[in-house]
Design a binder for this molecule. Structure first.
Ligand SMILES: [Zn+2]
Length: 191
């Protein structure tokens, strides 16, 4: 089966199709298109309509990886002309409103975090205690575990993996970078 067909079936697309899958840097990008004439669903009232008001700018949703390569869906959502609500963004079958990841990927993350909460709570506890110890002398020296988690663990970062090392790219204005580095150097081997 072609990858395009495989993705279309996986996402259960009825009014959209996968135009093509392209390689971009280390990612696979599936370009999704609305099939003209097919009805779309109003995201406000769930009524179907084939009347189009406008197109939005292209957006991307991160999906499950394909053979270890990140798969991204790219699509310009349609603003439908709903007979009841007027111009509204269409309901997208693959993602919840405002989410930048697909339902499939969100499901996997939720399952993993449930497993983590059962099996690795103790390990997570030990890690947090270690981080607290190593935070001595930093701006986070007296921070509670919840604060440490918020500032050191719960942030978006781009993780680049190679055979020899893992490189973490932080957001440009990440305010706790110095603390993070200090604690990481005290806890793990980092450069
Ligand atoms: Zn509507």
């Amino acid at each position: 089966m072609r990858l395009e067909t495989c993705i279309r079936k996986g996402l259960r697309l009825k009014s959209h199709r996968v135009q093509q899958v392209r390689e971009e840097l280390d990612r696979l990008v599936a370009e999704i298109e609305w099939i003209p004439g097919r009805t779309l669903i109003c995201s406000n009232c769930s009524r179907r309509t084939a009347r189009i008001h406008a197109r939005q700018v292209q957006r991307e949703w991160r999906d499950l990886s394909v053979r270890d390569r990140p798969l991204v869906l790219r699509y310009a959502p349609v603003r439908v002309r709903c007979p009841v609500c007027g111009p509204r963004v269409e309901h997208l079958p693959w993602a919840h409103k405002w989410q930048r990841i697909t339902k499939a990927l969100a499901g996997v993350i939720a399952r993993l975090s449930r497993q983590l909460s059962r099996k690795e709570t103790a390990a997570a506890y030990v890690l947090m205690q270690q981080i607290r110890l190593r935070a001595a002398g930093t701006a986070l020296a007296t921070a509670q575990v919840t604060t440490l988690r918020e500032r050191l663990l719960k942030m978006a970062a781009w993780v680049q993996r190679s055979v020899r090392r893992i490189v973490i790219h932080f957001p440009v204005n990440y305010p706790w970078l110095d603390c993070w580095k200090h604690i990481a150097q005290a806890t793990f081997v980092t450069s």
